[in-house]
Design a protein around this ligand. Structure first.
Ligand SMILES: Cc1cc2nc3c(=O)[nH]c(=O)nc-3n(C[C@H](O)[C@H](O)[C@H](O)COP(=O)(O)OP(=O)(O)OC[C@H]3O[C@@H](n4cnc5c(N)ncnc54)[C@H](O)[C@@H]3O)c2cc1C
Length: 447
């Protein structure tokens, strides 16, 4: 912890939003303590971005390393703040942190409460993504995945899941069910490149023919939509696997069907109609039902924020101050009292904690940097009443028996993993349990 900086800020979460906020605040001379649930920093950059995107991941990792090496920044990995940990936000403020920035990402699962949603063989994308990227404890979970898989949702996470199923799970058929039409798909063309060669083109054209009348009825151009979706074909990555992908538009799952042993055998779907309301196209159920036989279902419909931090919530999101004091670029980064709309003094939020499942890492970075500006404004307009010294913080953590991993230990972990990768002749080696990581560092295991 910086001794020369007289105002200390606690950042909760070391994904891109938190780390780039730390960079900005530390460059302005503030002391920053970053508390991160995971031992390693990076959040979804480390544990979300597709496992073989080594170049992108390594680029971010190098930047994160530089940030954490800044003398004004202290890193406390393996420390959960909130109701699942030993430290609460109010403790941080009481100890003398001048402000708290919440950048915990979107850790909640969006359930749609369908019959059968909790069956074996039904998964939510985040859990599987954490699993294949080796985030403990998800790394150790068993995901039984069959040959015929339904993915619900048509965004970038769907493309990663489909890629994983084809490349690492030998899926034979992936059926992507999308609530609205071809004009409303959420994936980027670039993210389709690894899987577009697996799209069954005959089937796609038949599906386009099926949904074209509904598109035309609301003034959409089916040919243009088809052209947009297929644009990636020219630049498609080499086909590495034979599984085929089928897109099914304007349908929503209504029930997941199981056999007598509780294994998934299919999904009951409802056909939707499209309706334009001003600029927005919405899907409405038509009460026409069909059934598709699949053995696995994966929901890739985005994640939500949960109440782990015990902050006031409004409709599944952290409550925003409706009378903010330190807006940046017209955006509010202050958490608010949902009854009065007033900001909770000194409590800010950014990244996917503010805007769940929205945007790539660059967007989270920008959000963190803006939030840092809002915090700097807040600090310059408030009197310094108390501060926390490095010694006091370590004393509090020791008293609470918090087992943290420092930046120095993190560097040892990085060296050990790198040495292991070199020894095995592989691009990347990751310890897949907290126990292995802590043991490699000679640290005590969690009590
Ligand atoms: C499947 C998938 C693939 C993606 N692929 C790409 C890609 O290819 N390129 C790209 O640019 N972006 C990609 N993204 C998006 C990108 O990862 C996010 O935009 C970004 O990581 C969000 O940053 P964040 O800092 O808000 O949250 P996160 O990255 O989620 O970080 C949150 C951090 O908070 C910590 N935390 C959580 N709860 C607590 C707590 N209670 N106490 C302390 N710490 C806590 C976590 O340990 C984590 O380190 C992908 C996202 C997903 C889901």
């Amino acid at each position: 912890m910086s001794n020369q900086a007289d105002r200390q800020i606690a950042i909760i979460g070391a994904g891109p939003a938190g780390l780039y906020a730390a960079q900005k605040l530390s460059a302005q001379g503030y002391g920053v303590a970053v508390f991160n649930r995971d031992i390693k920093p990076g959040g979804l950059v480390e544990y979300g971005i597709f496992l073989d995107k080594h170049k992108i991941k390594n680029g971010f990792r190098a930047q994160f390393r530089q940030i954490l090496d800044h003398e004004n920044i202290s890193y406390f990995g393996n420390v959960t703040i909130g109701k699942n940990g030993k430290i609460r936000i109010e403790d941080l403020l009481r100890w003398g942190f001048s402000a708290v920035l919440v950048t915990c990402g979107a850790q909640g699962t969006k359930f749609i409460n369908l019959p059968g949603e909790t069956l074996k063989g039904v998964y939510h994308a985040k859990d599987l993504v954490y699993h294949y990227n080796q985030l403990p404890p998800f790394s150790g979970y068993h995901f039984e995945i069959g040959k015929k898989v339904m993915i619900v949702g048509g965004g970038n996470v769907m493309t990663d899941i489909a890629h994983y199923l084809l490349k690492y799970r030998d899926a034979e058929e992936i059926i992507v069910v999308i609530r609205r039409g071809p004009d409303e798909v959420k994936f980027d063309q670039k993210e389709m490149l690894p899987i577009i060669s697996n799209l069954d083109l005959d089937d796609f054209k038949t599906e386009m023919k099926r949904v074209s009348p509904a598109m035309l009825a609301i003034g959409q151009d089916p040919e243009a939509a088809e052209h947009w979706i297929l644009a990636g074909l020219e630049k498609a990555c080499a086909k590495e696997h034979n599984g085929r992908i089928l897109l099914r538009f304007m349908q929503s799952p209504k029930e997941i069907l199981a056999d007598s042993k509780g294994s998934v055998v299919g999904v009951k779907l409802e056909q939707n109609a499209l309706q334009r309301i001003e600029e927005t196209v919405i899907a409405r159920g038509t009460a026409e039902f069909s059934q598709l036989d699949v053995d696995t279902v994966i929901f890739a419909i985005g994640d939500s924020v949960n109440d782990d931090l015990e902050l006031p919530m409004r409709q599944d999101e952290i409550a925003k101050a409706s009378h903010p004091r330190y807006m940046v670029e017209g955006i509010t980064f202050e958490v608010g009292n949902p009854l009065t709309g007033d900001p909770l003094p000194g409590i800010f939020y950014a990244g996917w904690s503010r805007n769940p499942s929205t945007g790539l890492a660059g967007i989270a970075r920008r959000d963190g940097v803006f939030a840092a500006s809002a915090i700097a404004e807040f600090l310059s307009s408030t009197d310094k009443n108390s501060s926390i010294s490095a010694d006091d913080l370590y004393r509090h953590l020791d008293e609470l028996q918090v087992y943290y991993v420092t930046n120095e230990k993190l560097k040892q972990l990085e060296s050990k993993e790198q040495a292991q990768a070199e020894k095995l002749g592989i691009e990347e080696y990751k310890y897949s349990t907290d126990e292995e990581m802590l043991k490699a560092l000679g640290l005590a295991l969690k009590p």
